[in-house]
Ligand binder design. Structure first.
Ligand code: PEP
Ligand code: MN
Length: 293
């Protein structure tokens, strides 16, 4: 069978992606994670270190991102590292520290799950399960995470087309899990001046094809801290519903992704700057006050 080309204007998108595609019943998914509304008019910022390293590092970073207006705390306890000799994460201890930071700051937490055998454990601690780029097409993992019914942050595979990405989302949704967030995190291209090429056009394309909230990760999307605020602004300008940003209280000493992690003061400035972009397009950044209203 010859597959039809997938374009935004193809009326068959609804039957191709029965659950992830936009259809008459669902034009936009909005859901609530511990009081944080995802997919609405307000833009949700998830921020924190790449990896949980210690209680001191996590609490200092968590408190600073909370003060600057982040709505959700990120931190990896199980890290998908390219080299087996790199820091692999603190595992369960890291999850315990994240739970402590949630208690301290009131921020819900998002953390990566890499393996079907970790789904139960990570679900006990995290409010949102992250499926990383390298696992976007790990179908048994998607099925298990789908069954967990926890909200999921599904990152785009670094070599995945949008078609493949939406099918990966279908694997989560067809287990009955309706709370799926998409996240463009950069794709591999011939370009070497950035770690990945942040595919900004994927954001409006995904929003046109799907009702799911679409986030952007300018940290992995660029690999360089100096580029993160500009690409964050650009992502908001093209319609991202939220951001995933790496922040570290001392990035020079970070055990993972320090060169793309913002200093707390840089994050504070970025939050003010994206607020202005949001306002210009009739949106706002989700804040704690949004929970009360
Ligand atoms: C991360 O968010 O820390 C991460 C490993 O991202 P990705 O899966 O996009 O590489
Ligand atoms: Mn990282």
């Amino acid at each position: 069978m010859i597959m039809e080309a997938i374009t935004c204007d193809n009326p068959n998108n609804n039957s191709r992606y029965p659950l992830a595609g936009r259809n008459n019943l669902k034009s936009k998914s909005i859901f609530n994670v511990n009081g944080v509304k995802i997919g609405g008019t307000e833009i949700v910022v998830m921020a924190g270190p790449c990896a949980v390293e210690s209680q001191e590092q996590l609490l200092a970073t968590a408190r600073s991102v909370m003060k600057s207006g982040a709505a959700i705390l990120r931190g990896g306890a199980f890290k998908p590292r390219t080299s087996p000799y790199s820091f692999q994460g603190l595992g369960q201890k890291g999850l315990e520290l994240l739970a402590e930071a949630r208690l301290d700051t009131g921020l819900p937490i998002v953390s990566e799950v890499m393996d079907t055998r970790q789904v139960e454990l990570v679900s006990q601690y995290a409010d949102i399960l992250q499926v990383g780029s390298r696992n976007m097409q790990n179908f048994p993992l998607l099925a298990e995470v789908g069954k967990s019914k926890k909200p999921v942050l599904l990152k785009r595979g670094m070599m995945a087309t949008i078609d493949e990405y939406l099918f990966a989302a279908e694997y989560l949704l067809n287990q009955g899990n309706e709370q799926v967030i998409l996240c463009e995190r950069g794709i591999r291209t011939f370009e070497t001046s950035t770690r990945n090429t942040l595919d900004l056009s994927a954001i409006p394309v995904l929003k046109k094809l799907s009702h799911l909230p679409v986030f952007a990760d300018p940290s992995h999307g660029t690999g360089h801290r100096w580029l993160v605020p500009d690409m964050a602004k650009a992502a908001i300008a093209v319609g991202a519903d939220g951001l995933l940003v790496e922040v570290h209280n001392n990035p020079e000493e970070a055990l993972c992704d320090g060169s793309q992690s913002l200093h707390p003061e840089e994050f504070e400035k970025m939050m003010a700057d994206i607020g202005r972009i949001a306002e210009a397009i009739g949106r706002a950044i989700f804040t704690k006050e949004s929970i009360l209203s």
